[in-house]
Ligand binder design. Structure first.
Ligand code: PMP
Length: 362
């Protein structure tokens, strides 16, 4: 980290034909100050994607796979149910490629998400939070059927895990080539990340332990209760172990079909429940002590990674996923207690020199 030369950069040595070509190749960054000293802990920072989250990968995959199959016609409307990041990713991809987009989203997800999607040209149809994830899911299905729109189906489509197999996993293999990788840690929303990366790591890095985490108050996998599903693999109803949790983007009220492969094929070695307040606390520490700005699910993954790190053998190397940027949570409990006006300490600083004082007048 220390160098006597001044910092320089030399460009990417290529030009990009479209914003969608900038998706992926996110960096793995070492966590220096808050990780236990006997391990090396890295975070894979998905907020480096152009629309700020891991779901940009899924968005381009869904659209390009559908174009390839001929299921998505030029100018056809795309519809999807999403907790936000998929909608923002799809809005970016649809704007770049000229498809109208309609998103259905429960009104419990953050305001920034809605406004970002609308800023990128999408229509956002809100569903009542009481109807949970399944409510927005069924609304998208209804709208697709009523209008002949292309339904993206992130919870079932093979395009989801496939992109993580072809990109996220390949990046991990390349970046940890010749290095230890003892643990890889993630949560799940659709399960695309764990299933796609699981397929590859199980084959290519069989010694890497895969750690999956879920909210402590929504332990759908931990409960061992199977998900009922319809013929189209869609959930038949809400899972009995679900209660609403603050880790946006994690664990909907059903076990998605995309995630089921990870369960059936044992892609994870351990399941760790994480409490919402711990997720928030670790996201804050990551920002304050490392300068790395991620959302609540990133804090949750880090909480799980630190738990594993604490009991890991000397010299272990861990990598955990940070799915999105903290900027998506300004209106949520993540920012609770972060002042808008000057704090007493800041007021004192303001008064400590004679010029340009705000509070002096009052
Ligand atoms: N965290 C956040 C903030 C997300 O939006 C998502 C995607 N829903 C995830 C984690 C989980 O990713 P995946 O859907 O690939 O399981």
């Amino acid at each position: 980290m220390t160098s006597h030369a001044s910092r320089t950069t030399d460009g990417r040595k290529r030009l990009y034909d479209s914003v969608v070509d900038t998706i992926g190749n996110t960096p793995c960054i070492r966590v220096n100050r808050i990780a236990p000293k006997h391990v090396r802990l890295y975070v894979k920072a998905e907020f480096f994607n152009p629309a700020g989250s891991v779901k940009d990968r899924l968005a381009i995959s869904i659209i390009e796979e559908a174009e390839r199959r001929g299921d998505l016609k030029p100018g056809q409307t795309v519809v999807e149910a999403t907790s936000g990041n998929t909608g923002i990713g799809l809005a970016m991809v649809c704007a770049a490629k000229g498809y109208p987009l309609v998103v259905t989203m429960a009104d419990s997800f953050s305001i920034e998400r809605r406004r970002m999607m609308r800023f990128l040209g999408a229509k956002v149809v809100l569903t009542p939070r009481a109807a949970k994830g399944l409510g927005m899911y069924r609304k998208a299905q209804e709208l697709a059927e009523a209008n002949g729109w292309f339904y993206a189906r992130q919870f079932e489509t093979p395009a989801n895990a496939k992109i993580h197999e072809n990109t996220t996993a390949r990046e991990l293999l390349a970046d940890f080539n010749g290095e230890r990788l003892d643990y890889w840690v993630t949560g799940y929303g659709t399960g695309g990340t764990i299933t796609g990366v699981g397929r590859v790591l199980r084959k290519e890095r069989p010694n890497t332990k895969i750690i999956l985490s879920e909210p402590s108050i929504a332990q759908l996998l931990g409960s061992g209760v199977a998900q009922e599903r319809g013929a189209d693999h869609s959930p038949a109803g809400s899972h009995s172990a679900f209660t609403p949790h603050p880790i946006q983007g994690w664990t909907p009220d059903f076990i998605p079909y995309v995630l089921q492969e990870s369960v059936d094929k044992h892609y994870y070695d351990e399941l760790i429940p994480i409490a919402g307040p711990d997720a928030i606390a670790w996201s804050r520490r990551l920002a304050l002590e490392e300068g790395i700005f991620t959302g609540i699910s990133g804090g949750a993954s880090l909480a799980a990674a630190v738990q594993v790190a604490e009991r890991a053998p000397e010299g272990s190397v861990l990598c955990c996923m940070l799915p999105d940027t903290g900027e998506r949570y300004l209106s949520t409990p993540l920012f609770e207690g972060v002042a808008t006006e000057m704090t007493p300490e800041e007021e004192a600083l303001s008064r400590s020199t004679p010029g340009y004082q705000m509070a002096a007048a009052a």
